[in-house]
Design a protein. Structure first.
Ligand SMILES: Cc1cc2nc3c(=O)[nH]c(=O)nc-3n(C[C@H](O)[C@H](O)[C@H](O)COP(=O)(O)OP(=O)(O)OC[C@H]3O[C@@H](n4cnc5c(N)ncnc54)[C@H](O)[C@@H]3O)c2cc1C
Length: 330
């Protein structure tokens, strides 16, 4: 990983939608950026996995578009074939498009990342940040690899509890009100079951079933009908309370139990392979009202962003990243 560069890049922790959106906005304004992420690929909770010939989205399944900024980005992505309309409602048509990525949801993040790189930004993957600390004139980032980075302007988009762990590991003292605000942000977990099948499941068109927290599964996606998988494959998202209750249980037992619950949607199909994916920080219970927080102004500006700020979900993460970048540009 490169060390501090001569033109003092903004360092962005997280190559999910918030971090990549911030990076894109900053490079477009002529700032130098360096994005770091612990993942092997970009996307964070925009996550797509291959199992055999099947392809499954296992984080975000679809998104809606409300604001003009997100609309402009998604229109550009549609023009390039990165995003398309899945449907206009799952059990009934309400007219509002639900968008997806024909190559899986990570495609949106990859597209943004390519734009950042082609504008001169750099993205380091497989780099887990261990702590954020201070020197007399900069933020210091220490990675598990032993490498370190210094920067004046820092945007952190990891889920807030993870960000607090990084700040505490570096013994940074936050203002009491900032800390109290951050400690109040909590997340619900999601346990996802991913199955590949020998034939089509029993899921009606358009291949997505949205249910309430009272149901075992809040979302069920037929990835083949959705158009991202050439082989039959279904994603099941367990509701928040089941996910929390079963979090520490033996994963094999959880998988077996949830597969039994999933049977009505599998119909006559036989499971070829089943996997469990656990999202500890799937989404905030209650996002903070503002789109970002300036957590500190010395030794440089520390901005916290992500879907915990200003509105949850995909568009909320986009809006947060955009607003975080713009606060560094004024
Ligand atoms: C199961 C599930 C279903 C969902 N369904 C939908 C949906 O249908 N529609 C919708 O709109 N939204 C949905 N969401 C929410 C949506 O995915 C998120 O709101 C959005 O993707 C969050 O983006 P982000 O950039 O804020 O965070 P993330 O995507 O989580 O990005 C944060 C990044 O920080 C990185 N990171 C964390 N810690 C470190 C560290 N120490 N060092 C380096 N890197 C680090 C992570 O690897 C990650 O890439 C869903 C989420 C989940 C989990």
């Amino acid at each position: 990983m490169s060390a501090e560069s001569s033109n003092d890049p903004v360092v962005i922790v997280g190559a999910g939608l918030a971090g990549l959106t911030a990076a894109r906005e900053l490079v477009a304004a002529g700032r130098s950026v360096h994005v770091v992420d612990k993942g092997r690929g970009v996307g964070g909770r925009l996550a797509t996995r291959r199992i055999g010939d099947a392809r499954l989205d296992h984080g975000a399944q679809f998104f809606t578009v409300r604001g003009n900024d997100f609309r402009a980005t998604i229109d550009a992505a549609i023009d390039q074939g990165i995003v398309a309309v899945w449907c206009r409602g799952f059990d009934s048509h309400d007219g509002y498009p639900r968008y997806y990525c024909p190559d899986g949801m990570t495609a949106l993040a990859k597209w943004l990342a390519n734009g950042v790189r082609s504008s001169g930004g750099t993205i380091s993957l497989g780099e887990r940040l261990a702590s954020i600390s201070t020197t007399s004139d900069s933020w210091q980032l220490l990675f598990d690899s032993g490498e370190s980075l210094k920067t004046t302007d820092l945007i952190v988009t990891s889920p807030v509890p993870q960000t607090l762990d990084l700040i505490d590991a570096g013994s940074v003292e936050l203002d009491a009100d900032v800390r109290a605000t951050l400690e109040a942000i909590t997340y619900k977990p999601t346990v996802a079951v991913l199955v590949t099948l020998d034939s089509a499941p029993s899921i009606p068109s358009p291949g997505g079933i949205q249910q309430s927290e009272a149901d075992t599964f809040t979302f069920i996606a037929d990835n083949q009908q959705k158009g991202i998988s050439s082989a039959p494959a279904v994603t099941f998202h367990a509701n928040g309370s089941i996910s929390a209750q079963r979090w520490d249980d033996d994963p094999h037992v959880v998988l077996t139990d949830l597969l039994a619950e999933a049977q009505p949607w599998l119909g006559a199909a036989t499971v070829v392979e089943a996997q469990l994916k656990k999202w500890k920080f799937a989404g905030p219970h209650q996002p903070h009202a503002d789109r970002y927080i300036v957590a500190a102004r010395a030794p440089g500006t520390l901005v916290l962003a992500g879907d915990a700020f200003g509105g949850p979900k995909v568009e909320g993460a986009f809006n947060s990243g955009l607003a975080a970048a713009r606060t560094l540009l004024v």
